[in-house]
Design a protein around this ligand. Structure first.
Ligand code: NAD
Length: 475
């Protein structure tokens, strides 16, 4: 049985109520987590307050050195860390290794980016006076993460926060505490001082709410659902506290008739079904030009038929289970409702025998989805694609914009000049044109509208963890 407690001031602490951890691939209990109580949460936040004082005073080069050391350690332990993700997330091993290595990349990137932070001195020309504009770390950061990418979503918060001199109390999702606590242990072993990186584990309405309602954190950085994000923002407003919100998505892809659609189909499939659809940037709504819609659907279902759904431990598995039973039931209910509202079922994969016991959802394609249907406006966190055909691109853009989300969008057109004009009209934090690829460390990442506030990655993501201070110096 695997188990973990909270990680506070460089030690693992138990306390709080124990709860079972369930294997997504088999629905069997494989371990135990701890729902931190108010005493543990308070201890963790106090530890972070104490840790902050020393950490912020270290030279930036020393903090960078420690972040690089942690990155190297993770790379050495990629198999062990990937196996934890396989177990607690249900993530196929190939994808789990990618996530671990991506985590190391975030640590390395922010270690270097923090060394490029600069202040400013405006040339005011006043005699015997200088105005210095400097950046300071905000203080204690509460970092709350979801179950789909426990390590890489955390790294987007932890790395910039630690790099600029903040201390962190992380709160992983209740289903996936093991990898986060393991990361904190590795950080301690690599020389991070006690109190700099703490972890409290447990449920959102338990440990999560206690952390957010604690008066001490100066910033809450959250990745999760829009609903929870709104609740957390309300608490932040009570304390006039900074917040970075990476929330839900329902991302459209628009495929014009003149796009080389047969070539791009594999990318579209990948971006729709990544992590079995448990991915905020996934394509949920596929807008396909009327002229090519039938041919596109035929080719799409042929591609989908080649994907292998199976146990996450098998090296050739493309798609694993959903993370937990409620997630599975929610996706099933969304599909059932769409069908009852008039959507057509174009494709549903057969589940192999190896998927009989876990939380697997078949790959599903719906067509005839309209704005009158609930599914059009919802994020579906599973392997379900809604296909919508369109007559002209401006109409598709209006429709794509007509949900409350604004995380990302994808546009494929044979005419780049048109595509650039259209991209300007799309309400989303990121738009990919004519190719879907990984987001880069150097580029900001985040959503508009109800998909989020603030940005992660890049120097903009680093600056979120700082406050500007102005020093008026007379001499
Ligand atoms: P969720 O909001 O239910 O949970 C996310 C985290 O918040 C968990 O750690 C949970 O324990 C905690 N939590 C829940 N209620 C809380 C509360 N009242 N106070 C404090 N903490 C609380 O989200 P989920 O459904 O588990 O995760 C999937 C969601 O995450 C999707 O909507 C997805 O789009 C989003 N997501 C967004 C991004 C992004 O970059 N925008 C990335 C990954 C996931």
């Amino acid at each position: 049985m695997l188990s973990c407690g909270c990680w506070i001031h460089g030690e693992e602490k138990s306390g709080g109520k124990r709860y079972p951890l369930t294997d997504p691939a088999t629905a069997e209990v494989f371990g135990q987590g701890v729902d931190a109580d108010a005493k543990l949460v308070d201890e963790a936040v106090e530890s972070a307050r104490e840790g902050f004082n020393g950490w912020r005073m270290l030279p930036v080069a020393r903090r960078a050195e420690l972040l690089h050391a942690l990155a190297r350690r993770i790379c050495r332990e990629v198999e062990e860390m990937a196996d934890l993700l396989r177990q607690e997330v249900g993530k196929p091993l190939k994808a789990a290794r990618d996530e671990v290595l991506k985590t190391a990349t975030h640590l390395d990137y922010f270690a270097e980016e923090s060394r490029r932070q600069e202040g400013r001195i405006p040339l005011l020309g006043n005699p015997r006076e200088q105005v210095l504009i400097v950046r300071e770390p905000v203080g204690v950061v509460a970092a709350i993460t979801p179950y789909n990418y426990p390590l890489s979503t955390l790294a987007c918060k932890l790395a910039p926060a630690l790099a600029v001199g903040c201390s962190v109390v992380a709160k992983p999702d209740e289903h996936t505490p093991l990898s986060t606590v393991r990361l904190a242990r590795l950080a301690s072993e690599e020389g991070f001082p006690p109190g700099v990186f703490n972890v409290i584990t447990g449920f959102g309405p338990g440990a999560g709410r206690l952390l957010v309602n604690h008066p001490l954190p100066r910033l809450v950085t959250f990745t999760g659902s829009t609903e929870t994000g709104k609740e957390i923002l309300a608490v932040c407003s009570k304390y006039v506290r900074k917040a970075v919100m990476e929330l839900g998505g329902n991302c459209p892809a628009i495929i014009c008739a003149d796009a080389p659609w047969r070539d791009i189909l594999p990318q579209v499939v990948l971006q729709s079904l990544k992590n079995s659809g448990q991915y905020c940037y996934r394509i949920g709504r596929l807008y396909v030009a009327e002229e090519i819609a039938d041919a596109f659907l035929g080719e799409l279902t042929r591609h989908l038929g080649r994907l292998r759904m199976g146990p996450p431990g098998a090296e050739d598995t493309d798609l694993g289970p959903l993370n937990h039973q409620e997630a599975l039931f929610k996706v099933r209910a969304q599909v059932a409702e769409a069908l009852s509202q008039g959507a057509r079922l174009e494709y549903r994969s057969d589940l192999p025998g190896s998927c009989a016991r876990g939380f697997y959802h078949p790959v599903t394609v719906l067509s005839g989805v309209t704005p009158e249907m609930s599914i059009f406006h919802q994020e579906v966190f599973g392997p379900v694609l809604s296909v919508v055909s369109f007559k002209d691109v401006p109409e598709a853009i209006r429709s794509a914009n007509s949900t409350s989300f604004g995380l990302a969008a994808y546009l494929f057109s044979g005419n780049l000049a048109n595509a650039l004009d259209w991209a300007g009209q799309i309400e989303a934090g990121s738009v990919w044109i004519n190719r879907i690829h990984q987001a880069y460390q150097e580029a900001p990442f985040g959503g508009m509208k109800e998909s989020g506030l603030g940005r992660e990655k890049s120097r903009y993501g680093l600056e979120e963890y700082t406050e500007l201070k102005t020093l008026y110096v007379s001499y």
